[in-house]
Design a protein around this ligand. Structure first.
Ligand code: DC
Length: 241
């Protein structure tokens, strides 16, 4: 019996502690690509919190909720069932059991997501989901978003805040759309700046850098360099723990 206790205690001492990594920043900074790659390299789970806000926005649109009616959005916030798969090689998102990974990337959802995600009842609902996913992610997780280091997971082991110039961000976003950028580069840049202003300016949990976050300007870096930089930061934290 004492052997079992000793074995469990030794295992608890030697097992690597679950590491929680928060990666925040505006769109077009390479947040998703970086977060997925870092999680895959380090064998961690991955959560795209923007996809959750997009998913609830898509549900509002398909269920006829006026996204500019704050009261209606607040009342409906608890209704959809949203589930996120956290494998960085194949992340998934479902709404009421339906695969939402395609529909959440439409221009309509992109243009309405800032209004929906500014509603406090939506943020409370989605924040609870995010915390429960992070708490049960065996081995640890990389969580990307806008308010992860400041609000969702203020005790994260490592907080990274990615930035880039508006020109670089618009060029990357346009490139991601692979010739299907219906707006064109200049309008994409305008839309991106408008969305960042709305996300940074809202009262409830705005896009912000946590005081203890490491800021990485990705303007002049390749994706591989950003990934390497964040992996090194995580490994340094783990070594120091
Ligand atoms: O990362 P993304 O572009 O897919 O995010 C879509 C929107 O979701 C973004 O404009 C603001 C909102 N969002 C948020 O308010 N908080 C987060 N943690 C993540 C995203």
């Amino acid at each position: 019996m004492s052997t079992t206790v000793e074995t469990a205690a030794t295992a608890a001492r030697t097992a690597p502690a679950a590491v929680i990594v928060a990666i925040d920043g505006p769109s077009g900074t390479g947040k998703s690509s970086t977060s997925k790659a870092v999680a895959a390299k380090l064998g961690l789970h991955y959560l795209d919190t923007g996809a959750q806000y997009r998913a609830i926005t898509w549900w509002m649109i398909t269920n006829g909720v006026d996204v500019d009616d704050v009261g209606a959005v607040a009342t409906a916030a608890a209704k959809p069932s949203i589930e996120s798969g956290t494998d960085p090689a194949a992340p998934t998102i479902t709404v009421d059991g339906l695969d939402a990974s395609g529909p959440i990337r439409t221009q309509e959802v992109t243009s309405k997501v800032s209004a929906v995600s500014a509603v406090p009842e939506v943020r409370t609902r989605i924040t609870e989901l995010q915390r429960s996913i992070a708490a049960t992610a065996e081995g640890g997780i990389v969580v990307e978003g806008r308010d992860i280091g400041t609000t969702v997971l203020p005790d994260a082991d490592l907080k990274v805040f990615l930035t880039a110039s508006p020109e670089a961000r618009a060029a990357r976003r346009s490139g991601e759309l692979k010739g299907k950028d219906a707006l064109g580069l200049a309008a994409t840049q305008d839309a991106l700046i408008r969305r960042d202003a709305a996300d940074s300016g809202r009262k409830a949990s705005p896009l912000a850098k946590a005081d203890d976050a490491v800021e990485v300007d990705t303007t002049e870096l390749t994706l591989e360099q950003v990934i390497e930089c964040v992996v090194t930061l995580v490994e340094e934290k783990q070594a120091a723990a």
